[in-house]
Design a protein around this ligand. Structure first.
Ligand code: SF4
Length: 368
């Protein structure tokens, strides 16, 4: 990337960040690393730099340490089955819930309609599967609130109230020239993020919103609104954490439904997933001989990303893999075989568990 090329963070488009350091200087995001030793029991993705940045996480850490009430809030668009990107967001929500946060999981069906044209009848069906995924991954519905944007009056009420505080020029400056539905969807998302602080949910509290870096415009927009409506609601500006975007299996950052070989979902046949892994791009050399001599390049390798983001629990093993790759001690074929086995075992077990949660998901969504 040339020095003067702007980084565009676009929640409704494509975001590619090649130099994460620039986000600290250009967007005011702060590095997570200096806070790591303060976080009780940091999440795997935090320890490895996958979650690399934050805004105001200190107040959430303070609540974690002191046992004061705090919330985690994030959402996923019901546009399809859980994939490797949504898996990260789901795991982050569950992590904070397990550390003591009250958890809010939003099914962003209004955004799915406005951004992706998914009709509500369709997203309702997709949401059942997504909620069953979330429960199978460990979300505890007794200490959490799962809801659909389109059915949650409090979120819509907040969006209406907030709309008086936003001019067209402001919203255009943040999101660019878009159709009105996306601006509406941004206001709804601000409602989602601040709803945990309404009196119905115990009033103002630190709230962390774990998101991919492309979602930062929503966070900045909502923090401004929290400030603007401070007198009315006493909102505490929401905190956020940012994870890197995982590479697609072709080595790009574009997981596209038009190219099913570029990603896999948790619902797919494990044998197909295995095939996709074996077909994936790698950071390896053209021949085994060169690889042994020169080593591979894990930095550009989606196989390494899969281990790093999700499929190796032990940090020491990740470092070992990195070094083995760099020093040519391992070849891509054997590395892919190892990963395929881990992923297939995980997916089989996940699908078994998910199946048991479908009725529960239907029950939750009946009223939400
Ligand atoms: S050895 Fe593994 S991590 Fe290294 S380039 Fe090959 S597939 Fe990627």
């Amino acid at each position: 990337m040339s020095e003067d090329k702007r980084i565009i963070l676009d929640p409704f488009g494509t975001t590619v960040v090649e130099d994460y350091e620039r986000l600290f200087t250009e967007f005011g995001i702060r590095p997570l690393k200096p806070l790591l030793s303060e976080i009780p029991n940091p999440f795997m993705a935090m320890r490895r730099g996958v979650i690399f940045g934050h805004r105001d996480l200190e107040r959430v850490i303070e609540a974690m340490k002191s046992g004061r009430e705090y919330a985690v809030m994030s959402g996923i668009k019901p546009t399809g089955e859980f994939h490797l990107g949504t898996l990260m967001t789901a795991r982050e929500i569950i992590y904070f819930q397990q550390q003591g946060a009250t958890a809010f999981y939003c099914i962003a069906d209004i955004e799915a309609y406005e951004d992706n044209g998914i009709p509500f009848e369709e997203s309702e069906k997709i949401a059942i599967n997504n909620v069953a995924d979330l429960l199978a991954l460990g979300f505890d519905p007794r200490r959490g609130y799962i809801y659909r944007q389109s059915k949650e009056e409090r979120v819509k009420d907040l969006a209406i109230i907030f709309s008086r505080g936003v001019t067209l020029a402001t919203i255009k400056a943040i999101y660019g020239e878009r159709h009105m539905g996306l601006y509406l969807s941004a206001l709804i998302q601000a409602g989602d993020i601040l709803m945990p602080q309404l009196e119905d949910f115990g009033g103002p509290k630190p709230t962390v919103v774990p998101v991919g870096i492309d979602q930062d415009p929503h966070i900045r927009f909502t923090r401004d609104l929290a400030d603007k409506f401070q007198n009315k609601f006493r909102f505490i500006p929401p905190s956020s954490t940012y994870h890197r975007l995982i590479k697609a299996l072709d080595g790009s950052y574009k997981m596209s439904k038009r190219d099913p070989m570029s990603y896999f979902t948790l619902d797919e046949d494990p044998e197909i997933i295995k095939k996709k892994i074996f077909n994936a791009f790698t950071g390896g050399r053209p021949t085994a001989e060169e690889q042994r001599k020169l080593g591979g390049n894990p930095e550009i390798c989606p196989i390494f990303d899969l281990y790093l983001f999700h499929f190796l629990e032990d940090d020491k093993e990740v470092i070992e893999l990195y070094n083995d790759c760099k020093h040519g001690n391992i070849l891509c074929g054997e590395d892919k075989s190892r990963l395929a086995k881990i992923v297939m075992d995980f997916v089989k077990e996940h699908q078994r568990r998910k199946h048991q949660y479908i009725d529960k998901a239907i029950e939750i969504l009946k009223t939400k």
